[in-house]
Design a protein around this ligand. Structure first.
Ligand SMILES: Nc1ncnc2c1ncn2[C@@H]1O[C@H](COP(=O)(O)OP(=O)(O)OP(=O)(O)O)[C@@H](O)[C@H]1O
Ligand SMILES: [Mg+2]
Length: 204
């Protein structure tokens, strides 16, 4: 199944809000979940993953994996979800194809971990019949409108630590996410951005 069952757009204004949103999601994710993160350089994919890690209660130290393609962050017995899933954090930026993804054997860890893949689009969809797509956009207003911001992005490269607005689009694909709007509400993330719920509307 590849068509989204639902899509939800959230807006945040600070890195801390991105982190908090992901942490809330991390509290309700389960072993076997696959998250595919998309967004330009510096959009906040790693910031989001750090939040997930906090919510999941896994070992800290989540960074952009740059040279290491995969990092496993074990669940902490004294964290908020003892016995819960580990976090497998992948950066697929340098991987050109699904075949290269297969070389790193994510199947081995998927059953016991939440697998999060930065730059995963078109590379990891075959790993599971379900996935949660997370798109982070610097342009407020949603996907596909970032072109006008690209020049700013380059000029702003050194000021990456400044808080900026982001639009975060969540899209559920496959049976695991059929009930996910409810799951997101359970995570305390209803339509905080004032956006209409686009559940069941399909993709853009
Ligand atoms: N609203 C926001 N959400 C997330 N990050 C933000 C926000 N505003 C500012 N930032 C900053 O933007 C940067 C995002 O960097 P991060 O490493 O998370 O991006 P990335 O998408 O993983 O980049 P890369 O493609 O290089 O892996 C951080 O320095 C963060 O503090
Ligand atoms: Mg990153």
């Amino acid at each position: 199944m590849s068509e989204p069952l639902w899509e939800r757009t959230l807006k945040v204004t600070t890195a801390e809000q991105t982190h908090a949103l992901a942490a809330a999601l991390g509290e309700v994710l389960e072993a076997g979940d696959l998250l595919v993160l998309t967004g330009e350089l510096g959009a906040g994919k790693t910031t989001f993953t750090q939040g997930l890690g906090e919510g999941l209660g896994v070992r800290a130290g989540i960074i952009s994996p740059t040279f290491v393609l995969v990092r496993i962050h074990p669940n902490l017995p004294d964290g908020p979800r003892p016995g819960g899933p580990d976090l497998v954090h992948v950066d697929a930026y340098r991987l050109d194809s699904a075949a290269e993804i297969d070389d790193i054997d994510l199947e081995n860890t998927m059953d016991t971990a939440v697998t999060v893949v930065e730059w995963g689009r078109d590379r990891v969809e075959h790993l599971s019949d379900s996935r949660l797509e997370v798109e982070l956009h610097r342009a407020v207003g949603g996907g596909g409108t970032a072109a006008a911001n690209r020049t700013d992005e380059v000029l702003d490269f050194d000021t990456d630590d400044d808080d900026e607005p982001r639009t975060i689009v969540l899209r559920g694909i496959g049976p695991r996410w059929a009930d996910a709007p409810r799951l997101l509400d359970a995570a305390g993330q209803p339509d905080t951005a004032g956006q209409p719920d686009t559940a069941n509307e399909g993709h853009i």
